[in-house]
Design a protein. Structure first.
Length: 256
């Protein structure tokens, strides 16, 4: 199943059943936006049913981001009096599409707060049987709680990663998640790698595919390989740093 970013899909061969796909990046780089991009493509272009588990954002906040992405209207302008007439028409059209998708259970939001991977597994299994779920998005890995309260950060993240891998394998669904890179890697003005994942390298071991996201402009870089100005501002570099079934590579994309 495609993510909606053509060049990335060519490298990954889409999102495959039974795979754990992990995006890694520093905070605020676009991990959630990338997952929402894939969800939008699967739901609105392919009419698949998707589950989105959030440990950080409310359903209202997520819907606002989806609406902003679909309409190409900045999130802060939605619901204000600053929209032009044609924008209001676009807003109404996509608001109805989102409403219909929710009514038809094409988008199923799950509040992840306090849910460990065993609880998620049970809930997703029920949803899969009831609604024919095709993909699961979990935002994000570092926030998933662990039943072992004595576990350190490394052990908690390793348990969460292993749990998501099991969900993907046992339910034969693509499970897409995100992980933050460690502080030191975040200070380095270059794309993260498998060793950059905060608190645990096991995440890279459990994942079938790992894709790092790097935004040069967010690191104060004014010239990246000859790219400058507005083009650099929107530049996102997707590096496929692990791919069990294919090659690793780098893709430059516009990610506004």
């Amino acid at each position: 199943m495609p993510t909606g970013i053509n060049e990335l899909d060519q490298k990954l061969n889409g999102l495959a059943e039974g795979e754990l796909i992990t995006f890694i990046a520093t905070p605020g780089t676009g991990k959630t936006a990338m997952m929402l991009t894939a969800l939008i493509n699967l739901v609105f272009n392919l009419q698949h049913t998707c589950v989105f588990v959030s440990y950080e954002m409310t359903e209202k906040q997520l819907l606002r981001r989806i609406l902003s992405s679909l309409t190409c209207i900045e999130s802060w302008r939605l619901g204000t009096q600053q929209l032009q007439e044609h924008e209001q028409v676009i807003l109404q059209t996509f608001t109805e599409k989102i409403y219909n998708a929710l009514n038809e259970n094409k988008i199923i939001f799950v509040d992840g707060i306090k849910k460990d991977t065993d609880q998620l597994h049970a809930q997703i299994m029920v949803l899969q049987k009831k609604h024919n779920v095709k993909a699961v998005f979990i935002d994000y890995l570092n926030k998933i709680p662990c039943r072992n309260r004595r576990a350190n950060k490394n052990q908690k993240l390793a348990a969460a990663s292993d749990g998501l891998k099991n969900i993907a394998l046992k339910l034969q669904l693509p499970v897409v998640t995100a992980a933050q890179v460690d502080k030191e890697s975040g200070k380095t003005p270059q794309p993260p790698n498998l060793y950059s994942i905060r608190d645990a390298s096991e995440v890279g071991d459990d994942s079938h595919k790992v894709i790092s996201i790097f935004r040069p402009a967010l690191h104060g870089i004014e010239d990246f390989e000859g790219i400058q100005g507005d083009e650099l501002k929107d530049l996102a570099i997707f590096s496929v740093v692990k791919n069990r079934d294919g090659a690793t590579d780098r893709i430059n994309a516009c990610f506004d």
